[in-house]
Ligand binder design. Structure first.
Ligand SMILES: [Mg+2]
Length: 162
């Protein structure tokens, strides 16, 4: 049923909220990850400190991170190289082919693989169709205005404590 394939197995507000403990608890040791609006606002920017720390925590915890991006440009390989992870670009999500190829390249069975991304019709649908766990996040661009608003609300408190 198509509709069922649009429902993510798990939801996190941000990709960096996905912990080693959580992935272990669901038996996942390979995390395939969307790039645009999941890891970075634009893949042209380098990985930020939070993403670098998160990737290191995954590596230390024995979890492999691998980028699966629909972008056609060389931005994906630049970003992946800076983060020190493998990648597939022009992945054509939600088609299964490259999602399954990514897991095969990493030598991890689909049962122990998840795909995280910000878009239901590419990332969630692609993961579900490929028989791997799907994790949905909020797009970074939507998160940012909230962060700004929160920061403004926090400002009087920051003034008080400084
Ligand atoms: Mg995306």
């Amino acid at each position: 049923m198509l509709f069922k394939n649009l429902l993510p197995d798990y939801y996190f507000a941000a990709v960096t909220d996905i912990s080693v403990e959580f992935l272990r608890s669901i038996g996942v040791r390979l995390l395939l990850c969307d790039l645009d609006n999941t890891l970075a606002v634009y893949s042209g920017e380098p990985p930020n400190e939070e993403v670098i720390r998160w990737k290191q925590a995954l590596t230390d915890g024995g979890i492999t991170l691998f980028i699966v991006s629909n972008t056609r440009t060389e931005r994906a390989e630049n970003y992946a190289a800076k983060l020190g992870v493998g990648y597939i670009k022009q992945a054509l999500k939600p088609l299964r082919r490259n999602i399954i190829r990514a897991a095969a390249l990493c030598g991890v069975p689909p049962m122990e693989t998840a795909l995280v991304g910000d878009q239901v019709f590419t990332d969630t649908l692609g993961a579900n169709r490929s028989g791997i766990r799907s994790i949905l996040t909020e797009p970074i661009l939507l998160r940012k205005p909230f962060h700004k608003l929160r920061y403004i609300i926090e400002r009087p408190i920051r003034r008080t404590v400084h």
